[in-house]
Design a protein around this ligand. Structure first.
Ligand code: ZN
Length: 240
């Protein structure tokens, strides 16, 4: 009896609204939303976008790692997220350089490591909401980071940026708004933003690097949903 009543009420609400303005009726709105959702969920990364892309390695003689867990799309269970970038093997203090020319967007000169319990609490929050919220990812988990804007020239049709994370230091001249050439020394690798760093250790040091492409209201990381070994091959060619 209850169910019938609810259906009847919903039905009359629909009718009442559709009489007022057909464009505001729930059914009309759903018909508009549906194709949009399908469009977004099937929007994957197309490797042809980066056919002509050539980048310099961010650390000299440190190559793209083969292990899937260090590449884009690897699961990050501890924070309910997906790895968007490449974890280059780089000991604490390895020089880091820009992969392409660009403009500095962010440079965390005044980064201060967070207390370990605060970091743990944020990871639990991530687990609770079912994904890594962008504020937690960007402000805490990246550690000391640099963002470089490559404009629309590097990947045709997209704005692209690159991110260099977990740094131990940043060069003095790397300031927002500064134009920098490809291969410019921007800082040194480290483990900021990683659990070990919050405990005062240098363990776990590496360079987390990622590239984000932007177009039509969407932001998509380099290599999103590209399976291996194609992903590794593509990244190797870009850094070749
Ligand atoms: Zn990483």
């Amino acid at each position: 009896m209850k169910n019938i009543l609810i259906i009847f009420l919903c039905g009359s609400a629909l009718n009442a609204q559709s009489l007022e303005d057909p464009n505001n009726s729930p059914l009309h709105i759903i018909s508009i939303i549906k194709p949009k959702i399908i469009e977004q969920s099937t929007f994957g990364f197309d490797s042809s976008w980066v056919d002509s892309l050539k980048l310099q390695l961010p650390c000299k003689n440190v190559f793209v790692p083969k292990r899937i867990m260090r590449l884009p799309n690897a699961p990050r269970d501890y924070r309910n997220g997906t790895h968007r970038g490449i974890d280059f093997f780089a000991n604490w203090g390895t020089p880091v350089q820009t992969v392409a020319p660009g403009v500095v967007i962010r440079a965390d000169h005044y980064f201060k490591e967070v207390p370990p319990t605060f970091r743990e609490d944020l990871l639990q929050t991530s687990a609770k909401v079912g994904h890594t919220p962008s504020d937690i990812f960007s402000n805490v988990l990246l550690g000391r980071a640099i963002f470089i804007d490559h404009g629309f020239d590097l990947v045709p049709g997209f704005r692209s940026i690159t991110i260099y994370a977990h740094l131990s230091s940043i060069e003095k001249n790397i300031l927002p708004g500064n134009i920098i050439e490809q291969g410019t020394l921007i800082g040194h690798s480290g483990n900021t933003g990683i659990r070990e760093s919050t405990l005062g250790s240098r363990d776990g040091s590496h360079l987390h690097w990622e590239m984000i492409l932007m177009k039509d209201g969407l932001e998509i990381y380099l290599g999103k949903d590209i399976p291996n070994p194609g992903l590794y091959k593509m990244l190797n060619r870009i850094f070749g």
